[in-house]
Write a protein that binds this ligand. Structure first.
Ligand SMILES: [Zn+2]
Ligand SMILES: [Zn+2]
Length: 309
């Protein structure tokens, strides 16, 4: 199993045919130099150890993905044991980011304390941190699933494990039940004993990425092999940090197909957010991308004139 990065032609092919789309959408789905090709994976990287066939836009449409509808149209964020944790990413920021990224309603559910629930737990023999069993948390989330939930994404600073044979898990989801749980514990530099002056900033950035990546899976979007993209798989923390916070055109088109937002408006809201929380590199990228897709294509004026005649 050896991953060969796709050619530029194959990456463009994965975006799907653009004929028949409005000029605005065509501009939004054309890479135009704003998306880097996916590099050859290093020996421990995701694509070196996982066989990923890739999912083109048309593959996605054919999979009849789960999308929001009139009844289920809210993304719920569920905090688990958050109030007991010393350093947590600010909740209001996570809600704002979710709303901007998915252009959908995002609501916070009342905090759940696991101490009063039947959740299997253990002390990890290596880190000596207490860990919670993901399966029990998923069951709890299903029991509390609101009627209008498109999905529920639970977040905790507790460490997680998926079963006795495993050391730990960053998280786990049940796409069928539309629930997932993710731990930010190992995204906190302090977990590794690192005393970082920008701890809060690093933790917020990583948490936003996890939230967007995992919630995009809830929409049926698989891992991306076409560009450097938020939906690239990740095998370790350094690889997660390398992923950009934005979707490539293939995956943006999938999300747009499911939700149907205004792409410029969505980018603008993400830009406002990135500026507010000082995600400077992402703000720079968003601002450049917005400029590019708002600028008229060279043929636009001609075409308008043709229609006018
Ligand atoms: Zn993933
Ligand atoms: Zn992608």
């Amino acid at each position: 199993m050896r991953f060969n990065p796709p050619s530029e032609k194959d990456a463009w092919h994965a975006i799907g045919p653009l004929e028949g789309l409005s000029e605005d959408l065509r501009r939004a789905f054309l890479p135009n130099g704003d998306f880097e090709p996916i590099p050859l994976p290093g020996p421990n990287d995701w694509l070196a150890v996982h066989d990923e066939p890739g999912q083109t836009f048309l593959d996605f449409v054919r999979s009849r993905p789960n999308g929001p509808d009139a009844l289920r149209n809210t993304i719920y964020l569920q905090l688990l044991d958050y109030l007991h944790s010393s350093s947590v990413p600010p909740i209001d920021r996570l809600v704002q980011f979710t709303e901007a990224f998915f252009a959908m309603n995002a609501n916070l559910l009342p905090e759940l304390a696991t101490s009063s629930r039947r959740i299997t737990r253990r002390i990890n023999p290596y880190t000596h941190h207490e860990q919670l069993l993901t399966r029990d948390i998923l069951r709890l989330l299903v029991e509390h699933l609101p009627e209008d939930a498109f999905c529920v994404v639970a977040m905790t600073m507790r460490d997680l494990y998926p079963g006795p044979a495993w050391n730990f898990a960053f998280g786990e989801a049940s796409l069928r039940d539309r629930v997932g749980v993710y731990s930010f514990a190992r995204y906190d530099p302090a977990f590794y004993g690192i005393d970082s002056s920008d701890r809060d900033h690093v933790l917020l950035r990583r948490s936003c990425k996890v939230l967007a990546h995992e919630t995009s899976h809830m929409f049926g979007i698989h891992h991306c092999i076409y560009f450097k993209c938020l939906m690239n798989g990740s095998n370790h923390l350094e690889e997660s940090d390398r992923r950009p916070m934005h979707l490539c055109p293939v995956d943006l088109r999938k999300l747009h197909y499911s939700i149907g937002f205004d792409i410029t408006e969505r980018y603008q809201k993400l830009l406002d957010f990135a500026r507010a929380v000082h995600f400077d590199d992402e703000a720079q990228w968003l601002s450049r991308r917005l400029g590019r897709i708002e600028a008229p294509l060279p043929t636009r004026t001609n075409r308008r004139e043709e229609h006018a005649r």
